[in-house]
Design a protein around this ligand. Structure first.
Ligand code: AMP
Ligand code: MG
Length: 404
């Protein structure tokens, strides 16, 4: 049997980064920057007011207090967007709004709350020191500074940064488009009634959601029965538009393992047994020299674990990100693990928690069958028991994958 690490290395060795595209900012969310972005100008670009108030000479108000307020004449208003029209000289000030450029001569802002709010004359009850409530040009970003390095994943704050330095479009590796297909003649679309021998298709929904959680764009290519022609036609249909294809079911040793049957010999597809539980039967390869195809086992827990262990790192690699699995922590077991299969890497559904002192602990779920979706949906982690370990005592420390 092939080791988990070997299988993952083969996968990562054959996926290529998606070429970066120039996208408008609203389309770039979740993409990964394919270029470093620098600021063409300082941010803020000019000295401006941090408050609604009055632009003054600090020396004029240095002696202002509640008992002896200072009175200044107001030469006019400066709103955000105005161009500095006024020159402030002793005894005068300008009413100014947040974000408006500081007028020449002024060296402090007195917030409106410290004044009587006058329009022609203003009475100021507190002193301000030079620089008070002035946002200086370049105090956020200086011209020429790299604000986002290549390889940054673009979230809302990063998209705001791009717009703030004037970029309308940016070079990004887009989120991979991933087609997800379930196979199995027993499967029924949720929302419809199940008949004898039938179950609702859960894998295509879980895997599509897992793609989104991993930063891709998942779409269900639906669920098809165990009919070779239909399965192949559906996969071929997706090849034109998908960056990745994921199938579930039909890859083990049964008589109707249709995915294996139709894809064997195509492209670089290989069907192998990987030394893990759950998730032993795995298939992977490139079709059309380009599209990575993951054929995951049908049992829902097997499909899910396989996704986290193999597909998620590959989706990250496609975007040029480090191909990390979900975050791994070390935690002591709350209860023993009596038997773990020798020679297989064992992923146990588990709960990771913290005691009152903030120390982590982890406990495996009771139900560890690869069909038991309830145990998976009530877990928040996977305990990873290495191949050569067959039992563990309470208190022993294990690797734990935190589920997204
Ligand atoms: P297979 O890998 O096709 O032999 O399927 C293994 C087990 O997983 C069988 O019990 C299937 O009914 C079940 N299974 C396969 N596909 C799905 C699916 N999309 N949703 C839920 N269960 C599935
Ligand atoms: Mg099947």
């Amino acid at each position: 049997m092939k080791r988990v690490d070997e299988h993952l290395a083969d996968i990562l060795g054959s996926v290529r980064e998606l070429p970066p595209l120039e996208l408008a900012l609203p389309e770039s969310l979740g993409g990964v920057l394919g270029e470093p972005v620098t600021a063409p100008v300082d941010l803020p670009p000019f000295d401006n007011s941090a408050m609604d108030g009055y632009a003054v000479l600090a020396a004029d108000v240095a002696a202002a207090s509640e008992t002896s307020p200072v009175s200044l004449s107001v030469v006019g208003d400066i709103a955000a967007g105005d161009q500095g029209a006024y020159d402030i000289t002793p005894g005068r000030c300008a009413r100014i709004m947040t974000g408006a450029p500081l007028p020449a001569g002024a060296d402090a802002i007195v917030p409106v709350e410290w004044t009587d709010g006058g329009a022609a004359k203003v009475t100021i009850r507190r002193p301000a020191t030079p620089g008070h409530y002035i946002r200086r040009a370049g105090e956020d970003v200086t011209a020429g500074q790299t604000v986002l390095p290549a390889g940054t994943r673009l979230g809302a704050a990063q998209i705001g940064m791009l717009a703030a330095v004037g970029r309308a479009r940016v070079l990004v590796r887009p989120r991979p488009r991933v087609a997800v297909l379930s196979t199995g003649s027993e499967l029924v679309e949720p929302g419809n009634a199940v008949g004898p021998g039938q179950i609702w298709d859960s894998n295509s929904f879980a895997l599509t959601a897992a793609v989104t959680e991993a930063g891709g764009v998942g779409f269900r290519a639906g669920s098809v029965g165990d009919d070779p022609r239909e399965v192949l036609a559906t996969i071929q249909e997706q090849l034109a538009s998908a960056d990745v294809i994921i199938t579930s079911g039909g890859v083990s040793m049964g008589a109707y393992d249709v995915v294996k049957e139709v894809l064997s010999g195509l492209g670089t597809m290989r069907f192998e047994k990987v030394a893990m539980r759950p998730g032993k039967p795995q298939g992977f390869g490139l079709l059309d020299d380009r599209v990575p195809v993951f054929t995951l086992p049908g049992n829902p827990v097997s499909a899910f674990v396989s996704f986290q262990v193999f597909v998620r790192p590959a989706l990250r690699a496609l975007q040029g990100l480090p191909p990390a699995p979900p975050r791994t922590v070390r935690a002591p077991l709350r209860v023993p693990i009596d038997s773990s299969p020798e020679g297989l890497r064992h992923y146990l559904r588990a709960n990771l928690g913290e005691d009152e002192g903030g120390d982590l602990w982890v406990a495996p779920a009771e139900a560890q069958g690869s069909h038991q979706v309830f145990a998976l949906s009530s877990s928040n982690a996977l305990i990873v028991v290495p191949e050569d370990v067959t039992s563990l005592q309470a208190g022993q420390t294990v690797d734990v994958l935190e589920l997204p």
